[in-house]
Design a protein. Sequence first.
Length: 489
Amino acid sequence: MAGEPGPEQNDDLRLANSLRAGDVIALTEVYDTYAPFLYDYCHGLLRDRVEAAGALRNVVVAAREHVDRLTEPDRLRGWLYAIARKECMRRRDSPNRHTGQEAPEADDDLTDEQLARREERRLLAHSALAALNGRQREAIDLSVRHELDEVDLSGIFGMPLEETLALVERAREDLAAALHAALIAQNHWKDCPSVSALTESWPLSPQTSGSLVRHVASCPVCGERETPPLPADRLLSVLPIAAIPAELRLDVLTAATAEDRAGNRRAIAAWTEPFDEYGWPLPYEPTPIRVRERAPRRRGPLIGAVAVAVGIVVLSVGAMSALGGGGGTNTSATGPAAPGDSGGPVGSGQPAATPTGPSPTVTSPSPTESKSPSKSPSPSKTPSKTPTTQAPRPPDTVEPDPPKRGRLSMDGCRMGNDESCTIRITAVGGAVTWQVTGTSGDLSAGGSGRLSSGESAGVTVRRTNVICWGDRTGSVSFSPGGSVRVEYC
């Protein structure tokens, strides 16, 4: 990475076979060989040193738990990147992810003159990469800086090989065009007013970089400009490398081998599943939001109830007509529709339930057509001799009891040296609308929602410190309900 050769494939085969044999020393060698590269990759996806450290720990744990699945042990390195990408995508999807603490850059011991020259090249690289989309930038980074081939990239992205080949080829072509345009903007911006106007700030933004590439391709002046060739590996070699924390090694190896962490290792291994026929993890699929996880509400009984109600209204209209009250306005027939769940999600392929109650035949106009003039009901053949002059009393309606307000029951959790634990919250005595309002200690948590009476939910709490020393406690506050204790380290 950054111009340095990566591990050889014979190391992949040897280390994979040693891991399969349960060699603990091999696990240490796996960390020493691959961890700096994997940490930089995870940090590039997560932009946070705490999240990158947690992701690397889970990669090593999952690799030890699932190494028997890998059918091609000589591709251990690419397989580790596939696990890392899935873990990073899972973390990016979490509402409780830690943010805002980027890792320092690895020290290269350069002179001031070398640092200045590297900074100039770095701005050029950022300006060229800005014209690529996210998938292209990631493919270039894995291919050039991390020295992975298209077969590895196919497994990492979960894409067919032919699509991966096309992705890498197009990314290289677009990067070459963007670099050519960026070099023109850097060295010849005075020769073209359009380039001068586009490059008022440096490095170029994605929008400006894309506009510049399109301009150079169509401008007769800029199109004739020749720029010095700069291979992609030299261009990207100046990009910053995230420095892996020295103390992370002990934390990761302890998490992967300690007997009292077996339960946590099983949970991490489950996060990496499922795998394809070659033993590579399938791409991460976001978990549906909580509303979608609920079973769709059955519409049958509600439809039956509405049909019965409409039937009662129709019979009432007929009775009023028979009593001579048909000339009045029937407010019941044009009242609000019964509440339903038509706005909620409906499970695909799930048939509607059949109404259980009787459904009388309805011959009157639908209530939804009330804006149109309705036809008068047929006059009775035997009208009452003493027609009433008072509208009949509508049937008594019973107002439903207001929903009871419940309270929130909370159970604290202990994570020990693990990365996270789960607080269990339960609505007791009625529905509860809850929200995480804050944390204390080196903890982060968030979330909100509504629980029906008796319903429970889990709130994930993460520790934000990289290394644990001694027993620590913190708390998570909820509204309503106060706070709950969390023990960690």
